[in-house]
Ligand binder design. Structure first.
Ligand code: PLP
Length: 451
């Protein structure tokens, strides 16, 4: 038994006292939590109603090494007993943070060699925005403050990260968006390469830089593959084109690898697919496999060099920057990624997953598109209301399909903003071939329910 409480006992308390993130408050207050998880082992989850599910999305794309891992628990325990916390302010330090910084630097592309630690993805992106502005300040160009991000991007929910986020719901939620954040059309590769006849030209990054003046722009931030925007892959040549564009105008490039980092896409980092080196690379999630709150901004030597050359104080730091327990868990996570060939497993199981999704696409008329790289994949669902195909109205198809998968023992997430209608797959990177087959078989059964 997972708890001394029943589902309904806890659900009543939850409704009264717990305001949930990214949840409609009214619906939740009325109906309570649909699931109360109680246990996790490997890729499997259990809840208080006795249901078992395969976690097809690593919960929030973060539990990359699966649940209940003894080694990670032991690393946390040992560090808690040895030194449970120490500050990193005023240059004070601790062993796990130092060794993690070294390890991350050795893995990140080229001269991305210097780490600033945070507690998660939003903090990493906010830090990159502030450090980009700090960079220009110490370089004597304080007017370079603007940050350009893409439509449909997701960078987190702190004020800076939300201001950069391109998904409409997050943008419109409150009026707290910070000034000097600009949105550009996503993935307009021809325009970024300089084609002025591209209809997206004025809203492209290039068009935006021209309109605003390069000397007002601090940085461009992109996700190598957009996650919450609907698992959107960039067109061929896009990531390279953004790097080139930034170089042309001396603009800093930030890669938000909060999802892609640490093996998710079948390479260590997303940008490794294109051999592009950003000036800042932001990570979180997979760096600790969800066992500790940890993120990092990894920056290139020239960025740190600018800070060192100036005599300015860096007024930026979180209480939990360089938390020794989080960093010990991060170190163990990376040791296991290396030792257990996790990135290679992600690549190979990812190929199997994509083949499975292509099978579903071939055999089910409602699956209109599938895409994947490593263990990051998406399927689009659609029903043409004209054709009379008996399926859920298209704007709810992904949501309804995800609900059925949940019932059939598969945890997935859907994205339905602006007709995205995409169901995301991002299972733990430790998944086996048999478990990939099980995911496809459950998805197949769920699709048959509609027909
Ligand atoms: N960036 C990306 C690409 C993300 O997917 C997320 C979270 O899903 C974030 C940033 C925010 O990370 P966190 O929720 O750890 O603040």
């Amino acid at each position: 038994k997972g708890s001394t409480f029943t589902h309904s006992e806890l659900a009543e308390i939850d409704k009264k006292h717990y305001l949930h993130p990214t949840t409609p408050p009214k619906a939740h207050y009325l109906s309570g939590p649909p699931t109360i998880f109680s246990e996790g082992r490997g890729v499997y989850l259990k809840d208080l109603q006795g249901k078992e599910r395969i976690d097809g999305v690593s919960m929030l794309w973060n539990v990359n090494l699966g649940y209940g891992n003894e080694e990670l628990a032991e690393a946390a325990k040992q560090q808690m007993l040895k030194l449970s916390y120490s500050s990193s302010f005023s240059g004070q330090s601790n062993e796990p943070a130092i060794l993690l910084a070294q390890k991350v630097a050795s893995m990140a592309p080229r001269d991305l060699n210097v780490c600033f630690f945070t507690s998660g993805g939003s903090e990493s992106n906010d830090t990159a925005f502030k450090l980009a502005r700090f960079y220009w300040k110490v370089k004597g160009k304080p007017e370079r403050t603007k940050i350009i991000s893409l439509d449909q991007s997701f960078h987190g929910v702190t004020v800076g990260a939300t201001s950069a986020t391109g998904i409409e719901g997050f943008q419109k939620f409150t009026t707290s968006n910070a000034p000097n954040f600009l949105k550009a059309a996503a993935h307009a590769v021809e325009a970024e390469l300089g084609d002025k006849t591209d209809p997206n030209y004025t809203r492209s990054i290039r068009g935006t830089i021209e309109a605003e003046g390069a000397d007002t722009i601090a940085a461009v931030i992109i996700e190598p593959i957009q996650g919450a925007g609907g698992v959107r892959f960039p067109p061929k040549g896009y990531i390279e084109a953004v790097r080139k564009l930034c170089d042309e105008h001396g603009i800093l490039m930030i890669a938000d690898e909060v999802i892609c980092g640490f093996g998710r896409t079948g390479k260590m980092f997303g940008v490794d697919h294109w051999n592009v080196v950003p000036d800042f690379l932001c990570v979180a999630k997979g760096i600790s496999s969800g066992y500790a709150h940890l993120g990092a901004v990894i920056m290139r030597e020239h960025v740190r060099e600018a800070f060192v050359q100036s005599d300015e104080m860096m007024f930026h730091g979180f209480t939990y920057s360089g938390h020794p327990v989080a960093c010990a868990v991060g170190l163990k996570t990376i040791e296991m990624i290396d030792r257990d060939n996790i990135v290679e497993n992600s690549r190979m199981r990812g190929e199997e997953l994509l083949r499975g999704l292509q099978y579903l696409e071939k055999n089910h008329k409602h699956v209109t598109k599938v895409r994947g790289l490593g263990l990051l994949a998406g399927i689009e669902l659609f029903r043409d209301p004209e054709s009379g195909i008996p399926f859920a109205p298209s704007e709810h198809a992904a949501a309804q399909y995800t609900d059925i998968c949940m019932e059939l023992g598969l945890q997935l997430r859907y994205f339905d903003w602006k007709g995205t209608n995409t169901v995301a797959l991002a299972p733990p990177l430790i998944i086996t071939s048999e478990q990939v087959e099980e995911i496809i078989s459950r998805m197949d059964k769920a699709l048959k329910r509609f027909e």
